[in-house]
Structure formats: structure tokens, C-alpha cells
Design a binder for this molecule. Structure first.
Ligand code: NAD
Length: 521
């Protein structure tokens, strides 16, 4: 059986059926991955330049189809047009980044030997792709999420299989269609289905790039551990914003609103907690409320009529309601919003105050349009509370003094800090995008590491200069040759008089007891 029927896709803003995709069974997954594996060597053999040509043709296709792709994104997520329309341009930008930089990132390296003895060798480190990469993605950015991983993996020379979320598979199906349409080598497959399809992908590929919840990430890590294959996980977040007293308060409020409410708060790097220094707290809250009040929410078309759209699923909407209700039951006050609205999965943009860390909305990921604001005495309290989380994806700091902002940034236990802006690290592909603590393992992309992660390193060590009849340590054993080599090693590597001492490490042990009477072992 290749698939177990179909998965219906509905627009969560109005419940209308917008498409259906196959629910691929394990047999279909392994067959697709077998075919990818067979075609991967010719893709790798094209070399970086050959692969870049295909990626740039694909970029043309993305540009030509951007409006239609945005329609598809909107149809399966219920987003506002402005939130949906950023996905295709960001994907187009990513193609250029990897097509332009892959050659330098993947070029052979010729490291200098660490010791003069190594000068007898020529050292090369090279990068070769894992043959098949599995990319498993969530529902919040259905077009961009697969692209964030796919282009680097393809440019590395791997074949890829994308397993999009069963909630929003249509955009990824379009991505696969585009690859076929330009006539590119068949090294890019999209396999739709639910968690079982995901599990089958994990069981058949050579590397897994997963983006999604921490709960699923843990299961995938366990499965990869069992299969002994590498993986990289981009997981949930509870990103803090810190507003310091010298900040431009209206800009800080506007930035926190965009950071917290973009995509109805359904971004892993959404602002989910706002710590404001006491002297500017009242002014900040007033500005925040005034600006959130002006936001327009509704079921958008192509016209940019609304700022905030629906949520992707009713289950996610219910989580937001649960977080609000829990906070209110523990003494929080709702300044705006606080409930689901209209038909579909809309939840009003919500501002909460009088919140504390006993509340679910400050401990668990909300992934919704919720802005809880906390007054703090000073920078130290802000940093302490910001770090009081199991998550560590990213953070923002809002300040009138960039050096102070950078000082605060360096104290935060997160993978990225944006100063006076939100999301900036995610669109600057030269820096890493990755979570600390339970927000992830490895980085998703960013500079050379973002493509080398899809490669195995290979060391090639060859002789430099004429060959001896035999190397000094080869058999038959010779005390003189052995001593000559180890004396040289010690001379190059040791410190102070030890480097010249005739005494062996054993002799030093006799003569130099450590403080406290213990001898070096
Ligand atoms: P999810 O973990 O439920 O599902 C993600 C994907 O994993 C889906 O494609 C799903 O079918 C698949 N899956 C589920 N169980 C699986 C298993 N056992 N083996 C293999 N695949 C499996 O996440 P979601 O609800 O779709 O997305 C929301 C979550 O994603 C949030 O926690 C959010 O923070 C996170 N997220 C993180 C980032 C990031 O870059 N850090 C970006 C976007 C979303």
C-alpha cells in the first residue's frame, strides 16, 4: 500500500476545504527514498556550480509563482496577506545566499599542521554530503520552513525529502511541483502525511533536520540515536523582550507587537514575555495598548486589509485561551483581547499585565497572539527572569544605548539576541539561527556551519617531499628512533624546561608532587 487515503486541508479562517494530499505509508516513503538515493550521486557530481545553476533556475520559478504560492500559504493557514506574503521573498533570498556562498563554504580546506613534525604532510579537509536528508517541518510557515533547510542541503549535494506538517502540506507540495517543472534532477521529493510518515522518513534517511515542538523533537532525537544518524532540531521557544529605560518607547512597543503578533504569534521566535524596567513601565504599557488597539484582524484576501489573521488550528487557539484563563485565575489582568473571536480560529490580540512566573503563559510556549508584560526593578532582574526558562531560542533588547544592549545580550541564555528589532537574526543568513536549552540542538542555518552540517568531513593526509624507506616508528622497533621522535615531540609541544628534560613523564612524576600531596597521574 503506497498511501492510506487522503488528508483534507481546510482554511482555518473559514473552515472551507482547500485541498487534499496523500497520507503516505511507510512503504511509499522507503520507495521514494530509495529512488532519491539512486539519483543523489549524479547530483553531487554536478559540483557546486552545476547545482547552483539549478537552484537559480528554481529561484526564477519562485519569483514567477510568488503570488500564487502566497495564495496557497494563505489558503491553508488563514493568515493575513501581509504575514503570508513574506514567505516567498524570504525563500528567494535564501536561494541566492546558498547559491552564492556554497562554493566557498564547501571548498577543501588546507589546515596548517599543529606541530612542525606535521610539516611532512599535506593536510586536506573536505566536505561530502550525507546522501539523503530528511526535512520535517511544522505548520506555521508552510512555504518558508522547508526552504530554510532545503536549499542548503541541495547545495551541499544531498538529495532531500521534505515531510511537511499534515496541517499545511499544500505549500510544500507546490515547492516539489516547481522543482519538477523546471526539469531539475529528481533529488527533491515531498512526502505528505502525519507523524507515521515522519517516523518512516526518520527511519530511512541519513540525516534529519527537524523543526517543530520540543515534544516531537525529543522523539526524533531518540529515533536518530537508535539509528545512529545525526540530526539538528529547531524547537519551541518562550522568547523574552527586555525594554530598558532609555529605549524609544513607541518604537519598542511597535517592535514587540510585530515580534509577538506576526503570524498571530505562531512563530518559534515570537516575543512571548516582555520585561520592562520600572521607570518606563507605565509609558510602555500605554503605548502598547494604544498600538494593539489599532490592529485590524480578519479573514484577508490579497488586499492587505488586515494585520492579524486566524490561527492555524483550533487546538492552537485553545492553548492560547487556556494560557489566558490560567493567568486570570492567578491574578493577571487583561488590558485588551483575551478571547476567541468571530468564526474560524481567530483569537484577539491580547495584552496581559500583573503576570508572574507561576503562570502557564510565562512558562510554556503559547504560540499565539498573547503579550504578557512584567514590571522589573532593573536590568539584573530582567536578565534573571529572562533566563528563568527551559527554552533559549532568541530574545530582543530595546534600549537607547547599544553598548548597554550588547552587554545585556551577552548575559542572556539564548541562541540569538536582536537589539532594537525583532526577527533580524533570522533574515541575516550569515549568523546562526539555533536554540539553546530545550529550544534545539545544533543550528538551523547561518554561515558556513549551516551547510557543512549536511556534510561529512573527510581528512586526506598525503606526504610532502620525498618518502623515507620507512617511517621512524614503523617496525622493527628501535629505541633510538623512538627516542628521537618523542624527544622532538616533547621539544615542540612541552612548556619551559620540561620540553628539554631528558626525564620522561614518569621521572617528572617522581620529582614534582602536586600541591596537596597528589602526584600527577
Ligand atoms: P509538531 O512537533 O507537532 O510537528 C512537526 C512535524 O513533525 C510535523 O510535520 C509532524 O507531522 C511531524 N511529526 C510528528 N511526530 C513525529 C514523529 N514522531 N516522528 C517524525 N515526525 C513527526 O509541531 P507543530 O505543532 O507542527 O509546530 C509547532 C511547533 O513548532 C512549535 O513548538 C514551534 O515553536 C515549533 N517551531 C519551531 C521553529 C524553530 O525554528 N525553532 C520554527 C517553527 C516552529
Amino acid at each position: 500500500m503506497t498511501h492510506r487515503g487522503e488528508i483534507e486541508v481546510r482554511n482555518p479562517a473559514d473552515g472551507k476545504l482547500v485541498g487534499a494530499v496523500p497520507d503516505n505509508a511507510a512503504a511509499a516513503v522507503s520507495e521514494a527514498i530509495r529512488r532519491l538515493r539512486a539519483r543523489q550521486p549524479e547530483w553531487e557530481d554536478l559540483g557546486v556550480r552545476g547545482r547552483a545553476k539549478w537552484l537559480l533556475r528554481y529561484q526564477d520559478w519562485l519569483i514567477d509563482n510568488a503570488a500564487r504560492l502566497t495564495d496557497v500559504v494563505q489558503s491553508e493557514t488563514g493568515k493575513s496577506r501581509c504575514d503570508a506574503e513574506i514567505e516567498a521573498p524570504a525563500a528567494i533570498d535564501l536561494v541566492k545566499y546558498w547559491a552564492r556562498h556554497a562554493a566557498a563554504f564547501l571548498a577543501d580546506e588546507r589546515p596548517t599542521p599543529h606541530s612542525p613534525i606535521g610539516l611532512t604532510k599535506r593536510l586536506v579537509t573536505r566536505y561530502r554530503p550525507y546522501p539523503v536528508i530528511g526535512i520535517i517541518t511544522p505548520w506555521n510557515l508552510p512555504l518558508l520552513n522547508p526552504c530554510m533547510d532545503a536549499f542548503a542541503a541541495l547545495m551541499a549535494g544531498a538529495a532531500i525529502v521534505v515531510k511537511p506538517s499534515e496541517v499545511t502540506p499544500l505549500s510544500a507540495v507546490e515547492l516539489g511541483r516547481g522543482w519538477a517543472e523546471i526539469g531539475a534532477p529528481p533529488v527533491f521529493s515531498v512526502l505528505t502525511g502525519g507523524p507515521d510518515t515522519g517516523r518512516a522518513v526518520v527511519g530511512a534517511v541519513d540525516y534529519v533536520q527537524f523543526t517543530g515542538s520540543t515534544r516531537t523533537g525529543r522523539q526524533i532525537a531518540a529515533a536518530c540515536g537508535e539509528a545512529l544518524i545525526p540530526y539538528s532540531l529547531e524547537l519551541g521557544g518562550k522568547d523574552p523582550a527586555i525594554v530598558l529605560s532609555g529605549a524609544d518607547i513607541d518604537r519598542a512597543a511597535a517592535g514587540v507587537i510585530y515580534g509577538g503578533l506576526f503570524n498571530s504569534g505562531q512563530a518559534c521566535i515570537s516575543v512571548e514575555r516582555i520585561y520592562v524596567e520600572e521607570p518606563v513601565y507605565d509609558r510602555f504599557v500605554a503605548s502598547l495598548v494604544a498600538q494593539v488597539r489599532r490592529l485590524r484582524q480578519g479573514n484577508d484576501g490579497r488586499g492587505f486589509r488586515f494585520d492579524i489573521g486566524a490561527m492555524a488550528t483550533s487546538a492552537q487557539r485553545d492553548i492560547v485561551q487556556r494560557h489566558v484563563d490560567d493567568a486570570v485565575a492567578r491574578g493577571a489582568r487583561i488590558l485588551l483581547g483575551g478571547k476567541a473571536s468571530g468564526t474560524g480560529t481567530f483569537f484577539e490580540p491580547t495584552v496581559l499585565v500583573d503576570v508572574d512566573h507561576s503562570m502557564t503563559c510565562l512558562r510554556e510556549e503559547t504560540f499565539g497572539p498573547l503579550l504578557p508584560v512584567i514590571k522589573v526593578a532593573d536590568e539584573d532582574e530582567a536578565v534573571r527572569l529572562a533566563n528563568d526558562s527551559v527554552y533559549g531560542l532568541s530574545a530582543t533588547v530595546w534600549t537607547g544605548d547599544i553598548r548597554r544592549g550588547e552587554r545585556v545580550a551577552r548575559r542572556l541564555e539564548v541562541g540569538a539576541v536582536n537589539i532594537n528589532d525583532a526577527f533580524a537574526n533570522m533574515v541575516n543568513f550569515a549568523v546562526p539561527m539555533g536554540g539553546w536549552k530545550r529550544s534545539g540542538i545544533g543550528a538551523r542555518f547561518g554561515g558556513a556551519a549551516g551547510i557543512r552540517k549536511y556534510c561529512r568531513q573527510q581528512a586526506i593526509v598525503s606526504p610532502r617531499g620525498p618518502l623515507l624507506k620507512r617511517e621512524p616508528l614503523w617496525y622493527p622497533a628501535s629505541k633510538a628512533r623512538f627516542r628521537a621522535v618523542t624527544t622532538l615531540m616533547r621539544a615542540f609541544d612541552g612548556r619551559g624546561r620540561r620540553r628539554f628534560a631528558a626525564a620522561s613523564a614518569a621521572a617528572l612524576r617522581q620529582t614534582e608532587p602536586l600541591r596537596g600531596g597528589r602526584r600527577p597521574r
